[in-house]
Design a protein around this ligand. Sequence first.
Ligand SMILES: Cc1ncc(COP(=O)(O)O)c(C=O)c1O
Length: 456
Amino acid sequence: MSQYHNDPASVIESDRAHVWHHLAQHKPFETIDPQIIVEGKGMRVWDITGKEHLDAVSGGVWTVNVGYGRTEIADAVRDQLVKMCYFAGAKGTIPGAEFAQRLIEKMPGLDRVYYANSGSEANEKAFKMVRQISHKHYGGKKHKILYRDRDYHGTTIACLSAGGQQERNAQYGPFAPGFVEVPHCLEYRADQPGEGYGERAAQAIEDVILREGPDTIGALCLEPITAGGGIIVPPQGYWERVQEICKKYDILLHIDEVVCGLGRTGTWFGYQQFGIKPDIVTMAKGVASGYAAISCCVTTNEVFEKFKDADDPLGYFRDISTFGGCTAGPVAALENMRIIEEENLCENSAAMGNRLHQNLLDLMNKHECIGEVRGMGLFQGAELVKSRETREPMDEKRVMAVVADCLKNGVIIGASNRSMPGFNNTLLFAPALIATADDIDQITDAVDQALTRVMA
Ligand SMILES: Cc1ncc(COP(=O)(O)O)c(C=O)c1O
């Protein structure tokens, strides 16, 4: 074991000196210590000072769906690594074949699994498939990819090109051409809310298609429920119309399940809440709950068949993800799926999600600053406002003060941050799918107290 493991001060100093943290401004680390997380069990994590936290965001970014400390996943990964750790994905592996089989059983209508190792990468694969289909079958014309305001699909330049969060994109352009934005579907922030809003929000997509020319659009890429963009559950009537529009104009529907997949919303996949029939589904985070890096780009057989042409030397999907051949991913994913099934975690996500939703609604009676509560299953958000009447968004600083207060008191929650200018005002909750009623109440109690202190 490394000498550093028993010496907290030197770990902190090494981190401070040499680790470039994700999504972090480092200036404060000149005077305060970076937080080092050292252990996790179930819903809880401990930092290097020994402080215990209840984790209401599954590892910060909604990943550890089955909770921490699952020895059965670790054992399966260890055994597999000793036997066969890696081979490039041009060939098959036993866990790769078995997980693909199990996954497809959960996704009627879909057929093929392409392995990669991050959500961004899975989305890149989907974009490349759409582009290649356009070249092969539409003379390169049907190459544009539509994405939605407030949605996020990853951190690479192509994914940011399909990114509807202006503050995430700022200073990283110029972006890739051929990505076109459609409006968001958050009724709370709509110009014309009320009766028929779902259909109108979908109609806005058709308007963009007609403006751009349907013969130039290859795919529409959407999150089933917008995650970091403010937990936006699409309104009634939206998905039916979106599906119709895609069919009408021969546009592939790519659903990004990186967050909502694997039970997060109470069903295996978020799109299954709405009866959507996607052509491409991407997933990452909860696929192996962070026990290994794995992502999947899953397609229908119809999409897959477009790449089968032995007479065209360039006609197959000429793409590789080196680490998409790591067997740790699918073997961890198999165990992860088994746990979700055996412990009925989709059902628990639905039931505990209802409790979390109701608790947050109850907090609205006490805290004027909660403008709206949104979500499905264990994926919930509370949008904070300065006034319910005007719906003026709460300042990001105060929203982050609520997050900081909860953290101080041992509960890790999240918030939309540096994403949409002026609208980083939604508290985010995505606890592991094993959460109990007590855990949920503890989370909302912490929020109650934080709101009382911060808004005083
Ligand atoms: C909806 C969605 N898609 C894609 C991604 C990118 O995933 P990754 O960070 O694994 O590249 C994220 C990350 O948060 C996400 O929320």
